[in-house]
Design a protein around this ligand. Structure first.
Ligand SMILES: Nc1nc2c(c(=O)[nH]1)N[C@H]1C(S)=C(S)[C@@H](COP(=O)(O)O)O[C@H]1N2
Ligand SMILES: [Mo]
Length: 318
């Protein structure tokens, strides 16, 4: 059982006034109800303490992964719009303007539109998902995300049968995103893509929180993709646009170095990056003498997702 969920809470159980007081409260309310349902103490709105401090994250069930400490997840970030340095990116990302936020959903759908994030959240069921996260650079962590199913969101706009791929576009704020302003490295805005069956897969989520609190800006607030069986760069942050397409989109990293970053980018220890092996990974937060972890095919989610690729040569479609 890899989908780590606590009790699902229908959004209808959250009262409207709470919703209007903002996303932070929604998540706290949802997690409080979840906590109550699971016999875990509700999260209190104590301003001196981060909400996740009271979350007994190891307690959901015996087979759960142990999350990487939040301080590491928040400071060891890749956010190339801001900086190529991990710590600097985390600091500079605090300038991001995330409120109000809306997402445009368009393309091969019956009901295209621009949706406020609050309205999206009102329709969706938030869940906690504790996932492994493997960066193509060779490090990994375990993140307790809070999010909802991308597939459930896409169903609400009614994809047409012609929708074969999904393109995600990140925010463009060149006034504060220095690398966008300088046109450095990638084509901006950052773009990623999935095949429609990958997008509809129940493991694929849009995250709005982490460690029981709203998502830190550096980790992709207010809305990011999380695809746990793919390398981290597929999990695009700060999404403003989702398009359903007939053809595969051009994606930022694939365009930058097609021989290094494939469209699929499924975690695969047998397919090396041209400049380094992918057979093992350094786990963030593990001690200096802790051996590297053996990287698993599909990052350990093969039971759930291998069937999506059964007729494909994964060396060719890397
Ligand atoms: N918009 C945007 N999304 C992004 C990136 C980025 O630079 N910009 N970096 C990617 C990479 S390379 C990784 S490893 C993960 C890092 O997520 P984290 O900082 O939350 O750990 O975000 C991915 N999503
Ligand atoms: Mo990455």
């Amino acid at each position: 059982m890899i989908i780590k969920t606590k009790n699902d809470i229908p959004a209808s159980e959250i009262t409207d006034p709470l919703i209007f007081r903002g996303r932070r409260k929604i998540i706290k309310a949802v997690l409080a109800v979840m906590g109550a349902g699971a016999g875990i103490s509700p999260i209190l709105a104590d301003s001196n303490k981060p909400a996740w401090a009271d979350l007994p994250t190891g307690d959901f069930s015996a087979d759960l992964l142990t999350p990487t400490p939040a301080e590491l997840i928040k400071n060891y970030t890749n956010y190339y719009e801001f900086s190529f340095n991990k710590k600097d990116a985390a600091n500079l990302a605090q300038n991001l303007r995330t409120d109000p936020w809306s997402v445009e959903i368009s393309g091969e759908v019956e009901k295209p539109g621009s949706y406020y994030l609050e309205d999206v959240l009102r329709q969706q069921t938030l869940q906690e998902r504790i996932y492994r996260f493997r960066c193509v650079e060779g490090w990994s962590m375990v993140v307790p995300w809070v999010g909802f199913s991308l597939g459930e969101l896409l169903k609400t706009v009614k994809p047409l049968s012609t929708a074969q791929f999904v393109k995600f576009t990140a925010v463009y704020q060149p006034e504060i995103m220095l690398k966008q302003r300088n046109n450095a490295m990638l084509e901006w805005p950052y773009v990623e893509g999935l095949r429609i069956d990958e997008a509809m897969h129940p493991l694929t989520i849009l995250a709005v929180g982490m460690y029981g609190d709203i998502l830190p800006k550096q980790n992709g607030a207010p809305l990011r993709l999380v695809v746990p069986w793919k390398y981290g760069f597929k999990s695009i942050k700060a999404i403003v646009k989702i398009e359903l397409l007939k053809r595969p989109p051009v994606t930022s990293w694939n365009q930058f170095a097609p021989n290094e970053y494939g469209f699929y980018s499924n975690v695969n220890p047998a397919v090396a990056h041209p400049r380094w092996s992918q057979s093992s990974e350094r786990q963030l937060g593990s001690g200096f003498f802790t051996p590297r972890r053996q990287t698993e095919l599909f990052n350990g989610y093969g039971e759930q997702v291998a069937s999506l690729y059964s007729d494909m040569d994964l060396r060719h479609f890397f």
